[in-house]
Design a protein around this ligand. Structure first.
Ligand code: NAD
Length: 423
């Protein structure tokens, strides 16, 4: 099985557990009434479909697909489609709720959903993968659409699969409907800047945090754990902006140079050797050493549960920017709060991807293609204003940033429900 997808699936479980346990406390802090709790507790629509696919052998096989549209009070539902053999409706429901929360925290006009097919894609031929995708879309076509529910890539699904989704939906409707799905290739109504939007969104949040806290110049530099899509783009963007990136790592270990790394050269080295390790001009370190290194900003961008009760006390950074999902346990979050380390939570820090998905949808609805500069400028505005909302509440309530972010997310959802007359 592809390691990346296996890992992200595990991440999701930890993420749901963390988020949902913290939410219980938020609900009591906010003193929610029983009807408000009921409304947040129950998804609006949950459905399971069974659909036939003619396999390459000529045999027909039945597949199971799920979709949960958790809440659409703030706008059409938005959420990925994953293909995974262990997919369950319960997990899909938790992930759909997290999408509602994330879209609300960054204040984009979407609700949240999630879905997928119970299948191991590595066991399918390309043709079978396409038929499974098209079969699933035929089964749910009535329930998705630009103003109902807009799918996107997730575990084991990519831009090629988004094109099949688009094509199948358009055949059913008999017209072009590019805004039915996001994460499409640029040549077929995708958006510029989407490939690095998660990292760039996080860096805008970081820069706003630096200016708000008066930290100004980062003398010691930044350490980034993980050198995949998110970590490498974050390190590259920081380096190109003139920040000193002193340490990076991947699953094989890390490297450190207190005077700064040339990230373009590190990328070339990784492409050649398969790892950042043994880079000339830096010394090899372990991942534990990276997390505890003497830096101003630490960016976990790999796995969940990396910062926990056993190592949080060793962290020397002043800011932790969670680009990974759930890299910090609740206990570590509390330790950082006591040590006055600012932790910028995942639900805010890594929301740049869904923000640019919103821009893709918006461009499609208006038959527009925005220049990269426009996408990036608008991403910056959304991320900065989301940061300031969360930071402002933290300041008022003297609470952890994750707490403030969840409170804002929940309040906005309930407010929309109230305006609609549902509360
Ligand atoms: P990826 O698979 O492209 O990269 C993961 C990186 O982590 C790889 O470089 C891998 O070598 C490294 N890694 C694995 N184990 C490690 C370890 N023990 N120590 C250090 N590094 C290790 O994944 P990605 O898309 O970059 O996602 C990273 C994280 O960001 C995940 O938590 C993911 O859920 C989250 N995230 C990603 C996106 C996105 O747009 N891709 C959006 C939101 C959140």
């Amino acid at each position: 099985m592809n390691k990346k997808h296996e890992r992200i699936h595990v991440d999701d479980t930890v993420l749901c557990k963390l988020c949902l346990s913290e939410l219980g406390e938020i609900y009591s802090d906010l003193e929610l009434a029983a009807d408000e709790l009921d409304l947040l507790d129950m998804p609006r629509r949950t459905f399971t479909v069974h659909f036939p696919v003619r396999m390459d052998s000529g045999r027909t096989k039945m597949f199971v697909g799920h979709r949960v549209q958790y809440n659409d009070a703030r706008g059409p539902c938005k959420g990925g489609i994953r293909f995974h053999p262990d997919l369950t409706i319960d997990h899909v429901r938790d992930l759909a709720f997290l999408m509602v929360l994330k879209c609300s925290v960054v204040n984009i006009p979407f609700g949240g959903s999630k879905g997928g097919v119970v299948v191991s894609p590595k066991e399918l031929s390309r043709n079978e993968l396409e038929q499974v995708t098209r079969g699933y879309i035929r089964a749910i076509a009535e329930y998705i659409g630009p103003f109902k529910d807009i799918p996107a890539p997730d575990v084991y699904t990519d831009d090629k699969i988004m094109v099949w989704i688009l094509d199948e939906y358009e055949r059913i409707k008999g017209m072009h409907v590019p805004a039915v799905v996001t994460g499409k290739p640029i040549e077929l109504a995708g958006s510029r800047a989407r490939s690095y939007s998660t990292s760039l969104g996080g860096i805008y949040v970081l820069e706003e945090a630096l200016s708000k806290t008066g930290m100004g110049e980062l003398r010691k530099g930044v350490a980034v754990q993980g050198f995949g899509n998110v970590g490498e783009n974050a390190a590259r963007i920081l380096y190109e902006k003139g920040y000193k990136v002193i340490a990076v790592s991947d699953s094989k270990g890390g490297i450190l140079n207190e005077t700064g790394l040339n990230i373009h050269e590190v990328t070339a080295h990784k492409e050649k050797t398969g790892s950042v390790r043994d880079f000339v001009g830096a010394r090899n370190i372990t991942n534990e050493e990276l997390l505890a290194c003497d830096c101003d900003v630490l960016i976990p961008a790999a796995l969940s549960d990396q910062l926990n009760v056993s190592n949080a006390g060793d962290v020397r950074a002043k800011i932790v920017l969670e680009l990974a999902n759930a890299p910090t346990t609740i206990e570590a979050d509390e330790i950082f709060f006591q040590k006055k380390i600012m932790l910028i939570p995942d639900v805010l820090a890594n929301a740049g991807g869904v923000v640019v998905s919103y821009f893709e949808w918006s461009q499609n609805l208006n038959s527009e293609y925005w220049e990269e500069e426009k996408v990036v400028r608008r991403l910056k505005n959304v991320m900065i204003s989301a940061f300031n909302d969360v930071y402002g509440l933290c300041d008022e309530e003297k609470c952890r940033m994750r707490r403030a972010a969840y409170q804002i997310g929940v309040k906005r959802i309930l407010h929309a429900e109230r305006l609609r007359g549902n509360l």
